[in-house]
Design a protein around this ligand. Structure first.
Ligand code: SAM
Length: 322
């Protein structure tokens, strides 16, 4: 009798332990799921539909409304001030972009800049646009922000660069069909209101055989941690304004490929981007900047983005107009 009771106690202890283990794993799984899909996502079909592979659609106003694109107009000529948050983008991103463009576009695809018209969509203050002009392309930049366009045009003039600048949105490019041999759209696709329309406009203004060159952010839990939490939200490290990026607007490489295909653009290449220093060291540097021990310029002097096989956070790519 006593043994039977002891056996029951043991059995129920075992069952309780099993239940606790099970609920621990369920709680852990739910935490991960929550990290991938915020409450907002459950309510929004766009992200669910694109995640399960039905292709990209225009993002809902509820998600787009969370993004602060007004920050670019507020910048004005701060784009080119070396000790500003945005100037870092030029310092740590431009070298890898320019290297990729020179290798993939000029050396491998054999595009001759001297005889090619290039458009930079979402050119902002002209960081990449000026590099495109320096490579020898006949260059035009377009951006919705009139103040950014003024700052970009003034900077190009001061530096003796011949660039045409226009205000306009990627969803309705103010150019004739088949006007350009190359279209760049870098660090912009994850900011636009209607991504499919922007890609279709880019395809429209490209000549047959012309090249579309882009970089953007991937929508993974790693990019959520790196580009949203650490870069914008978590005060001990944040170095960019809040709501500069909205994770739900990031684009998976597979989604990019299907958008390109739908718009008569043959996908050629994707290449990941990563910092050239180990992540713990980068966090230490960001901490110094956040504490005010380092300026933005000091931070930017220590880090560069480099090419990588890993596309989990950021990637560049190329496609050719059929
Ligand atoms: C992060 S900045 C990138 C600027 C520039 N491409 C560079 O890499 O230096 C994003 C830019 O996208 C522009 N942008 C936002 N919505 C856009 C749209 N619908 N069409 C074109 N550009 C847009 C913003 O005005 C801003 O200049």
């Amino acid at each position: 009798m006593i043994f039977a009771e002891l056996g029951q106690v043991k059995n129920s202890k075992y069952k309780n332990a099993q239940r606790a283990r099970k609920s621990f794993w369920i709680r852990r799984l739910m935490r991960n799921v929550k990290m991938k899909f915020s409450r907002h996502d459950y309510l929004n079909l766009d992200i669910v539909v694109s995640t399960i592979g039905y292709g990209m659609r225009k993002i809902s106003q509820a998600i787009y409304g969370r993004m602060d694109n007004a920050v670019y107009s507020a910048l004005g000529n701060q784009w080119w001030q070396p000790d500003s948050a945005f100037y870092q983008m030029k310092v740590f991103l431009n070298p890898v972009r320019v290297g990729y463009v020179k290798r993939k576009l000029i050396e491998e695809t054999r595009i001759d800049p001297k005889t090619t018209a290039a458009l930079d969509v979402g050119c902002g203050g002209g960081f990449l646009t000026e590099e495109i002009a320096r490579m020898g392309f006949d260059t035009t930049g377009v951006d919705p922000s009139a103040r950014s366009i003024e700052a970009a045009a003034a900077h190009a003039r001061e530096n003796g660069l011949n660039v045409r600048y226009r205000t306009g949105v990627g969803e309705s490019l103010p150019f004739e069909d088949r006007s350009f041999g190359v279209v760049f759209c870098c660090d912009v696709l994850e900011h636009v209101r209607d991504l499919p329309k922007v890609v279709s406009e880019i395809s429209r203004v490209l000549k047959p055989g012309g090249v579309f060159c882009y970089d953007t952010l991937n929508r993974t839990w790693v990019s959520r941690l790196a580009a949203i939490k650490i870069s914008q939200d978590w005060k001990p490290w944040a170095y960019m304004p809040p709501n500069l990026h909205v994770w739900e607007m990031f684009i998976k490489p597979g989604e990019m490929k299907s958008l390109l295909r739908q718009n008569g653009l043959e996908w050629k290449d994707h290449r990941g981007l990563k910092p050239d220093i180990p992540i713990p060291r980068l966090l230490g540097y960001l901490r110094k900047r956040a504490r005010g021990e380092w300026t933005y310029a000091e931070l930017a002097a220590k880090v560069r983005m480099v090419e990588s096989r890993v596309t989990a956070v950021m990637y560049m790519g190329l496609a050719v107009k059929e």
